[in-house]
Design a protein around this ligand. Structure first.
Ligand code: XUL
Ligand code: CO
Length: 435
């Protein structure tokens, strides 16, 4: 076991009055909220890429983090795995997530890359057994290497499509072997830089075929986890096809996948798409495709994907409200797809970031549960639509009335609806009582 965090004991819940910066003030994993423990509701995961693979670079500057595992060989990859599990245990998180490229050095050939990935799979298998930390999801990085610069599934070159398919297979295999709860696909290069060189019709069909093969393979190997697409409107591509949850739903319907694939929704991606996070979660629950969430926070001024750790309780609370109302996570969880600021170079910064993020989510979850348990808000919504329970309203809704019949009734009964208040300010004040 490594000692990167210098004998830091496992972080404990100490309650709201604690001033210990390395203690939870709100996340008590055993506290029961609406019939389940907070740990069972939130299902926290640490993202391997931001915490252990990212070097602190930005478009204008190079590496700022100095980590003993930075290197391109298997010894470095093993040390990285040791430190990753050291941190998972200190934080007492139940899950982690990774891309192949985060955990193993790229090989000279496809076969060597897969062999290295599988060697890391062996290491993870032992660490999972030793620590009890499990895999929330695995995924393939189909966007960093230059071979994917013009797309993976949507590449004009069928050899790139084939390489991507083979890479997805290898990553599904290792995810399945490690008992992963989900398999994620984020298409950072599935889109375009310019429409001038792009045949969108072909690219959609290529992506539809790839995802159908993923689903076929999932059933073939008996992977019981969920397949998730992660929407994002742009960055790195100028335009990405998985723009937002609604766009993904339309795509899934077109290719017959709406009952097979769900979404992994990320806070910052929602903001980049011009939505709120709760809008994206509510759209997913409306269509029955909520899978999991990538928890973070986006800067509202910058216009790019800042991947900050969350600290906006109202934003998080409204998202968990919709998650709880839809019955909570099944396979999904709360993955911190969040990175330090590049000046936060100390090991302890990684702990502060996650402790704060976990506490923010715990406060959001408890606020969401309080809104539901109080009931005033849900009653308001119920009453707002209450007239739809009437017999005539139901007849209109379930297809028993035509436009002519409705027109005849409106005329004969001289129907002239009175406008009703939408109550927004009242509702904002009501929600503020809980967040
Ligand atoms: C990129 C992003 C990815 C996915 C996994 O913005 O969110 O890290 O979560 O590929
Ligand atoms: Co993400």
């Amino acid at each position: 076991m490594s000692n990167f965090f210098g004998d830091q004991p496992v972080i404990q819940f100490e309650g709201q009055n604690s001033s210990n910066p390395l203690a939870f003030r709100h996340y008590d994993k055993d506290e029961i909220v609406m019939g389940k423990t907070m740990a069972e509701h939130l299902r926290f995961a640490v993202a391997y890429w931001h915490s252990f693979a990212w070097e602190g670079t930005d478009p204008f500057g190079g590496q700022t983090f100095d980590r003993p595992w930075f290197g391109n060989d298997m010894a470095a990859a093993k040390l990285k795995a040791d430190v990753a599990f050291e941190m998972f245990s200190i934080l007492d998180v139940p899950y982690f997530c990774f891309h192949d490229a985060d955990v193993r050095p790229e090989g000279e050939t496809y076969a060597q890359s897969v062999q290295r990935l599988n060697a890391l799979g062996d290491i993870f298998e032992k660490k999972i057994a030793q620590t009890g930390v499990k895999l929330l999801w695995g995924t393939a990085n189909l966007f960093s290497h230059k071979r994917f610069m013009s797309g993976a599934a949507t590449n004009p070159d069928p050899d790139v499509f084939a390489y991507a398919a083979a890479t997805i297979k290898a990553n599904m295999d290792v995810t399945h072997r490690l008992g992963g709860q989900n398999y994620v696909l984020w298409g950072g290069r599935e889109g375009y830089e310019t429409l001038l060189n792009t045949d969108m019709t072909r690219e959609f069909d290529q992506m539809g075929r790839m995802l159908n093969m993923v689903v076929e393979y999932k059933h073939k190997i008996g992977f019981s986890g969920a397949i998730l697409l992660e929407p994002k409107p742009q960055e790195p591509s100028k335009h990405q096809y998985d723009y937002d949850v609604a766009t993904v739903y339309g795509f899934l319907k077109k290719y017959g996948l709406e009952n097979e694939i769900k979404v992994n929704i990320e806070v910052g991606h929602a903001i980049l798409a011009g939505h709120t996070f709760e809008h994206e979660v509510a759209t997913a629950t409306t269509h029955g495709i909520l899978g999991s969430i990538d928890m973070n926070r986006n800067d509202y001024q910058s216009g790019w994907d800042t991947d900050q750790f969350p600290n906006n309780v109202p934003e998080v609370a409204l998202a968990y409200y919709h998650i709880l109302k839809s019955g909570g996570f099944t396979n999904g969880g709360t993955n911190f797809d969040a990175k330090l600021r590049r000046q936060s170079i100390d090991p302890v910064d990684l702990l502060h970031a996650h402790v704060g993020g976990m506490d923010t989510c715990a406060r959001g979850l408890k606020a969401a549960a309080a809104i539901i348990e109080d009931g005033t808000y849900d009653d308001y919504i119920e009453k707002r639509y209450a007239d739809w329970t009437g017999a005539e309203a139901q007849a209109m809704l379930n297809g028993e009335r035509s436009l002519e019949q409705i027109a005849a009734r409106v005329e004969s009964q001289n129907i002239s609806p009175e406008p009703r208040s939408g109550g927004q300010e009242y509702l904002e004040n009501l929600i503020n009582r809980f967040v």
